[in-house]
Design a protein around this ligand. Structure first.
Ligand code: AMP
Length: 286
């Protein structure tokens, strides 16, 4: 049965009872408008934890002033139906006022990792993400929390936050779920017109091209250039960035000896989409 909680106290009470009974708890933070990418996280959580809490909250503090907070798609009823199917136990769907006191003054912020890649065009984004994820972990007190590799920088930032702040939670990264034609599933795909939806395939095409070159032993620089040329061949696409960085600390790399994150953000019309892949590094080569 899926329980719906809108209040922090409600979540705390339920989790406390579970823990008293010796049950483990998994948390899946989301912004709602759920799709199979989210579902894969919930199912993974359900397979590893006794109880699963999903937060469904469009977090205002991670949106910049000119971003899509107002228009971000929402459909809570449909989300609940999907969560029931995946076996989630509790969905936390707070109003913004429940999460943020009007006179709040505390933020969780991070140097370096939050100012590269997406942080260049979205300077306050990861401060909002770190703050809300910290709050959600404090509220749901999970043993494990699940995040998608789709948002690779977010996953790296959260792993760093948990390590730096000694948070008592295991962070689990889950693979990117894609549409049949390769497009990474995203709530924002709903913004795309039919022509833009077609054009958006240049991102996954660039990922595949990059993966091929990486397997052939090309340099990160050559791989990035090739990925850029794949995207530039699509007239409706405008590159925000395509970069190769260390997958853990997001610093620039010059070779593929360690795990390397090839990440991109691309505008298709007015919609900004992201995609990525990670190479395992020479020490992991089978
Ligand atoms: P969002 O609702 O977009 O904030 O995403 C919530 C969580 O779902 C994040 O950890 C995302 O990385 C993850 N997620 C979103 N899309 C996908 C996808 N296509 N595959 C895997 N995980 C995803």
């Amino acid at each position: 049965m899926l329980e719906i909680a809108t209040k922090i106290a409600q979540v705390r009470e339920r989790v406390k009872a579970w823990k008293k009974a010796g049950l483990t708890v998994g948390l899946v933070p989301t912004m709602g408008y759920l799709h199979e990418g989210h579902a894969s996280l919930v199912k993974r959580a359900k397979s590893e934890c006794d109880r699963v809490v999903v937060s469904d909250f469009v977090n205002p503090t991670q949106f910049g002033p000119n971003e899509d907070l107002e228009s971000y798609p929402r459909d809570f009823e449909r989300d609940c139906a999907l969560l029931k199917d995946c076996g989630a136990d509790l969905v936390f769907h707070p109003a913004p006022e429940e999460m943020y006191a009007p006179d709040r003054t505390t933020w969780v912020d991070m140097e370096r990792l939050s100012s590269v890649l997406c942080g260049k065009t979205r300077p306050i984004h990861f401060r909002g993400v770190c703050t809300v994820v910290n709050k959600l972990i404090n509220i749901a007190a999970p043993d494990r929390a699940y995040f998608g590799q789709k948002d690779a920088q977010q996953l790296a930032v959260i792993r760093r936050m948990v390590r730096d702040l000694n948070m008592d939670v295991v962070i689990v990264g889950c693979p990117i779920v894609r549409e049949e034609d390769g497009l990474a599933k995203s709530s924002r795909n709903t913004y795309l017109s039919a022509a833009e939806r077609q054009a958006a395939l240049c991102l996954s095409r660039a990922v595949r091209a990059g993966e091929r070159l990486a397997a052939a032993g090309a340099s990160p620089q050559d791989i990035v250039e090739d990925m850029k040329s794949v995207i530039q061949a699509e007239p409706m696409a405008r590159i925000d960035y395509v970069e190769a960085v260390d997958a853990v600390n997001l610093e620039p790399v010059t070779d593929l000896s360690g795990p390397v994150l090839f990440a991109m953000a691309v505008y298709i019309g007015r919609t900004r989409l992201i995609d990525n892949f990670i190479t395992k590094g020479a020490s992991h080569a089978a």
